[in-house]
Design a protein around this ligand. Structure first.
Ligand code: SF4
Ligand code: SF4
Length: 348
């Protein structure tokens, strides 16, 4: 694979060049001790050693609320809305790249989600090998410590001021060379990158599944009647925070609003969540999952089985965001999968 070596002092020139073509977002430290992606401007300090971005990156492709159609009730006309700013995400950890590639597959199946892809196609992703791990994460044990697709460049810090950068796409290479030629990677820099990636994986294994993640769909298949669903769900507030922060949750609702003079209106979508009581409510006041334990089980069945049955990957990339977001301390997929595995392993 083509790769280059980039020195830290070359980065400001590159970022300046990229920012003439795209909105550049980088990991930054927030005042509250957390990290998130924020817009890059000259002088912005990039948090290369961030553990996890507080908010999921799905918001760049599928904002929490977006217009899909605007309409005029006087002329009976309607216009679709496709907003697609050029965006460059610099420093995305592999588990978040994996989450995006999952969304790509899911948004493409059936009826292609044009709003999603208009934003996705206008986005460039520069991955970064993690140098720190959130204490709630377990991504290395679900196969999300390294990705081989979904990125345009893959950056690995191999020294205090040196990066090894693998090319993932023609667009990525064009942007990397935007400020002038760079040194091609050497055998030494490739080996240093490999070691840094192994180090990241080992760091990521501090929290882990106690079994091979490929077994998870079988574990879930044996666990439909597990008592865990009731034990945990009795503490659930039904707040939906675990859905909102999850980079692989993508459910939404579509609604319409008309202005008070009944002249214009818009159809918009906004994030929904399977942990909310109204999620499965349909006409006739019928709710498919009226009990918290049913909603709770459904969420983990999606993560551990249903998505796997569709695309051959877990619907959880182990980022640990939901673990941190849940005030009831019951939304921990690592703990849940391990418990269900332990409780059902003798049934094989
Ligand atoms: S279920 Fe939790 S740990 Fe898994 S991807 Fe979603 S937020 Fe991250
Ligand atoms: S974040 Fe916790 S309390 Fe809120 S819906 Fe999810 S599991 Fe329930």
């Amino acid at each position: 694979m083509t790769a280059y070596t980039v020195q830290m002092e070359q980065l400001p020139g590159l970022l300046a060049a990229w920012s003439t073509q795209c909105q550049v977002h980088v990991p930054v430290s927030l005042d509250n001790g957390f990290y998130d992606f924020g817009p890059w401007r000259p002088g912005t300090e990039i948090a290369f050693e961030y553990d996890v971005a507080y908010n999921p990156l799905k918001r760049f492709f599928m904002p929490p609320r977006e217009d899909m159609v605007v309409f005029d009730l006087e002329t009976y006309s309607a216009k679709p809305v496709f907003a697609a700013p050029n965006i460059l995400l610099f420093g995305v950890h592999p588990y978040d790249v994996k989450a995006v590639t999952q969304l790509d597959q899911l948004m493409e199946s059936g009826s292609v989600d044009q709003n999603y892809f208009s934003r996705r196609d206008a986005t460039v992703i520069f991955a970064l090998t993690p140098m720190a791990v959130s204490e709630t994460a377990f991504w290395a044990s679900v196969g999300a410590d390294k990705v081989d697709q979904g990125y345009d460049l893959y950056w690995t810090k191999i020294g205090p001021g040196t990066f090894h950068v693998e090319i993932g796409s023609g667009k990525g290479e064009e942007l990397l060379l935007a400020a002038g030629p760079l040194s091609p990677a050497t055998a030494g820099s490739r080996e240093a990158a490999r070691k840094a990636q192994v180090r990241a994986r080992n760091l990521g294994l501090r929290r882990k599944l106690n079994y091979d993640w490929h077994e998870t769909p079988h574990v879930m298949g044996r666990s439909w009647n597990a008592s865990l669903w009731h034990r945990k769900a009795e503490k659930c507030l039904g707040c939906g925070s675990c859905n909102t922060v999850c980079p692989t949750c993508y459910c939404f609702d579509i609604r319409e609003e008309v202005d008070e003079k009944l002249k214009t209106g818009h159809r918009f979508r906004e994030w929904d969540g399977c942990m909310l009581n109204g999620f499965a409510l349909v006409a006739g006041n019928h709710n498919f999952r009226p009990q918290a334990s049913e909603r709770y089980r459904h969420r983990y069945m999606r993560k551990g089985k249903y998505i796997f049955d569709k695309i051959g990957e877990l619907g959880c990339v182990g980022c640990g965001r939901c673990v941190r977001a849940c005030t009831s301390k019951i939304a921990d997929p690592c703990e849940i999968f391990n418990t269900l595995w332990e409780e059902s392993r003798h049934e094989i």
